[in-house]
Design a protein around this ligand. Sequence first.
Ligand SMILES: NC(=O)c1ccc[n+]([C@@H]2O[C@H](COP(=O)([O-])OP(=O)(O)OC[C@H]3O[C@@H](n4cnc5c(N)ncnc54)[C@H](O)[C@@H]3O)[C@@H](O)[C@H]2O)c1
Length: 394
Amino acid sequence: MDLKVLRCGIAGSGYAAKFHFEALKRVFGVRVEIEGAYSPNHEHLEQFTSVRNIKAFQSIDELISEVDVVHVCTPPSAHEPIVISALRSNRHVIVEKPFTGYFGDGSIGFNGDDFPRETGLEQALASVRRMIDAEKKSKGKIMYAENWIYAPSVMKEREILQKTRAQILWIHGEESHSGSHSLSYGQWKYSGGGSMIGKGCHPLSAALHFKQVEGKARFGKSIRPMSVSARIHAVTRMQNYSDEKYLRNTYKDIEDFAQVHVVFEDGTFADIFASELVLGGVHNWIEVNTSNHRTICNITPNNAMQTYTPDGKHYSDVYIVEKTETKSGWSSVSPDESWFTGYQHEMEAFYRSAASGAPPESDSTLAADTISTIYAAYLSAEKKGSEVAVPLIS
Ligand SMILES: NC(=O)c1ccc[n+]([C@@H]2O[C@H](COP(=O)([O-])OP(=O)(O)OC[C@H]3O[C@@H](n4cnc5c(N)ncnc54)[C@H](O)[C@@H]3O)[C@@H](O)[C@H]2O)c1
C-alpha cells in the first residue's frame, strides 16, 4: 500500500519537542518525514537536531515553508504567532497545550499576581479568536495536542459513552505532581498561569470532551460548559511553607494548587484538581460517574506493572515512571509511558486526519472551550470562588 507522505517540522527543542519526535516514529498510517526543528536557543537546537539527524532551521519562517505540518512545542506565550503564520501558509498545526492564554502587558514590571482577571479572560479569548479566524481562512487545521483525549483509557471510555448512550452525572479528575521541569513554567508571562492552566487543562479537556461525546451520542450535539467556580493557592510561596526540598519551589507569580468546579449546560458538573504539591510521581486520573456505569481512567500511575527493589541503586539506569522521588521499594512502572499517556495515539490520529481531511477529536473548539473555562475560572478565583459564566467562542 502506498502511504501518503507528510513532511513536518518542530518548533521548540525542549521536553515536548523530544516526545513529539519519539511519537512521530510510531505513526504507521501515514509516512511522516521529520524535516527539522527550530528554536531561538541555537546551542540547544543544535544538540536536539544533531543527535536526531534532522535539519536545524535558521528561522520559523524557513521551517514553515518546508513542511506540511508544524508542531508547536514552545512555551505557551509563543504558540499564537507560530500557529497563525503556519495557518496563513496553509499548513496544519499540532499545537501543544495550553492552546494560548494571557501573558501580561509586556511591561518589565508585569506580575501575574496583580493584574485584573477580567483582562486576562478578554485577552485570552481574543487570542483564541485570532487563531480560529486564521484556521477558518486556511487549508490547514488546528490539531490541539491534548494527549489525554488519545490516552487509551480515555479512548475506551469514549467508546463506552457512545455505545451505552449514558448520561454523565459528574466527573472528577486530577493532574498533579511535584513540579514542572520547565524553567519558563513558573512565570506567568510565559505560561499564562500556574497549575490550573498548566496541569488542570488536561483533565479539564478530557471532561469537556466526554460531555461533547455524550451530547453527540444522545442528542447529536455537544454539551458544553456553562459556568465555573474556582479557588487557587500558592502554597510553596507561603512564608510558613515547610520546604523539605522534594517539591519544586521556584515559582515566581503563579499558583501551585487549583480546584475548579465546572457546570455544564445540562446542569451536570465536573470537579478538577491540579497541583504541584504531590509526591510519589505523576498523579493523572479521571473518573466518570454516569447513569449506567462508572469508569476510572488511571493514566499515571496505573498497575499494568509493579516492581520492588530494596535499593534504588539497582535501577539507576532503568526508567521507571515520570517524576518519582525514589526507585526504592515498590514502584508502579509505566512499561510504555508514551502509549499510556496517549502521545503515540494522538500523533497517529492527527496525521491520519491531516492525510484524510477528517476532523480530529481534539480540535480548535475543544482547545477554545478549555481556555474559556480556565480564564473564567481565574476570574472566579479572584472573586474567591463566586460562579462565573463561561463565554463560548463558537
Ligand atoms: N502534553 C504534555 O504532556 C506536555 C508536557 C510538557 C510540556 N507540554 C507543553 O509543551 C510546550 C513546551 O513545553 P516544554 O516543557 O517542552 O518547554 P521547554 O522549556 O522544555 O522547551 C521549550 C522550547 O521552546 C523553544 N522556544 C522558545 N520560544 C520559541 C519560539 N518563539 N520559537 C520556537 N521555539 C521557541 C525553547 O528554546 C525550547 O527549546 C508547552 O506548551 C507545554 O505546556 C506538554
